[in-house]
Write a new protein. Structure first.
Length: 311
């Protein structure tokens, strides 16, 4: 199955080629963008409860922006493995004042939600991007809402809600299967009216993925950006920050998995590699070192491109 979508981004291309400019309506830079995370939840996997309250969450978002975040991603529902869903009313109660406060301060904000109802309210108070980890599968009304709003839309690879995702981490060829499943989602959201140039894709690291799956996806970002085909590329969002596969990689001699907060340096390494490979954006919990990492990645791309042109 091939996608009829024709994204507006120039695509990832070979190492050293210009990265995708990103969708209209958001800040665009020559380098990979940095998305800072604000989880307005009591139970998110690494920082649940840290910013659970509007004032604390707004302050955190302003801090991330001051540290170099290009976008601040605000979510009110944990998607960690095993998490139980909250009501739409509770999710909206958590995120609406935070998004409103940050938008009023001029911060570009994305809303991390699977619900069209929450996304609509978030857009009304200032969100500029919808980050849907279900890629429109959890709420069939989401693609129609995004199409009507005309805002950028992150379509993530997803195989089910948090309580069942680990049972679905079964692949023969994770790269080709993720590309195929993402291609079907892109075709569906385009059919619902979403402009192709507003679509960002996310391979969904850690969502129905084992550690070896995550590494394979990271190693094939150019292929993923083209959904396994040879056409124009979509901007790619990478969310590796503090995820369990990093903690397992850094496990102690006794097998003890590294705590989430102890994986920030490894996150920075992944950010630099993803930026060098042409990712459009990296979603992270701690901004300063990752903001440095995307600049390192861009310098690497430019040097590789210059070397290739001279060959």
């Amino acid at each position: 199955m091939t996608s009829d979508a024709e994204p507006g981004a120039t695509g990832m291309g070979p190492l050293g080629a210009p990265g995708p400019p990103g969708p209209p309506g958001l800040l665009s830079a020559a380098r990979c963008q940095v998305m800072g995370v604000v989880n307005v939840t009591p139970d998110s996997f690494s920082d649940g409860g840290s910013w659970f309250g509007a004032d604390a969450a707004v302050a955190r978002g302003l801090e991330l922006a001051a540290q170099g975040a290009d976008i601040v991603d605000v979510g009110g529902e944990s998607t960690r493995p095993g998490a139980q869903r909250v009501s739409a009313e509770e999710e909206l109660r958590r995120v609406a004042p935070v998004i409103s406060g940050l938008a009023a301060a001029g911060v570009p904000v994305s809303v991390d939600t699977m619900r069209a109802e929450v996304a609509q309210a978030a857009l009304e108070v200032g969100a500029r991007l919808v980050n849907d980890v279900s890629g429109g599968l959890a709420d069939p009304g989401m693609p129609r809402l995004v199409a009507q709003a005309g805002v950028p839309y992150v379509v993530m690879h997803w195989r089910g809600h948090s309580h069942q995702m680990e049972d679905r981490a079964v692949y023969s060829d994770v790269v080709s299967e993720v590309c195929e499943e993402l291609r079907r989602r892109v075709d569906a959201v385009v059919a619902a009216g979403v402009a192709p140039e507003l679509i960002i894709i996310d391979p969904g690291l850690g969502f129905a993925k084992l550690a070896e799956h995550n590494w394979q996806l990271l190693a094939h970002l150019a292929e993923i950006s083209r959904l396994g085909g040879g056409g124009p590329a979509f901007p790619v969002l990478i969310g590796a920050s503090r995820k369990r596969f990093l903690g397992r990689l850094l496990a102690g001699a006794d097998g003890t998995v590294r705590p989430f907060a102890g994986c920030d340096d490894a996150t920075v390494a992944v950010t630099a590699l993803a930026a060098a490979a042409g990712a459009w954006c990296c979603r992270v919990h701690e901004v300063p070192a990752n903001a440095d990492a995307v600049r390192v990645g861009q310098a690497w791309r430019e040097a590789a491109g210059a070397a290739g042109g001279a060959a």
